[in-house]
Design a protein around this ligand. Sequence first.
Ligand SMILES: [Fe+2]
Length: 244
Amino acid sequence: MVNFGNLLQYLALQSPHSGDTTTDSNNTTLNLAKMGLTAYTLPALPYSYDALEPHISAQIMELHHSKHHQAYVTNLNKALESHVAAVASDDVAGQIALQQVIKFNGGGHINHSLFWKNLAPAGSNEANLDRASSLVAEIEKTWGSLDAFKKAFSTALLGLQGSGWGWLVKEAGNGAGLRIVTTKDQDPVVGGDVPIFGVDMWEHAYYLQYLNGKAAYVKNIWNVINWQTAQERFSGKSDEKTEL
Ligand SMILES: [Fe+2]
């Protein structure tokens, strides 16, 4: 399983992102290993590409996972390799330039890894609200009802300008209350807040199927939320918990 701990700490210290770049991943994994670093890898989906139909098409899922997410992983590894070289050569300007690339692609890797796991086929046991009893109770305590929460979350998603993500998080600290947050571009949730689930609002997540019907994508996403994963993240019982 991917360990995001150090990467998240790094990203929390960085300045706002810059654009994506396409790079060749040849030999990057080997070079990182020689440097004593672990190359990040594309995690397998916990379901087939067509498993979320009709709500998210197989075509979207395949492209989103095998192309978009893979590009974040490839570019992250390449940037980390270059960053190590920049440190070794005392190239401070080079290090600064790479921070933005690492933030963008590292965030993309973290966000998508979380996203795949907080989705599940409609009608599956994992997508059943019964799997999230204490989380739903906390949601109802915070927003008054599950429907009120869904409305607030959907409003936050549709209010995003440009590309970004919407998250339900459990706040860091003793209060540990629930909160809806949005992050721009590929910024991940940082600062100790625990992502319970996130929704990708980049056009690549819905456009091939929904075109400009972003509201329909947001409406349908509720059918494929993995409430079991959400409950595990909320209660601290997820295997991911110690790694985020
Ligand atoms: Fe995405």
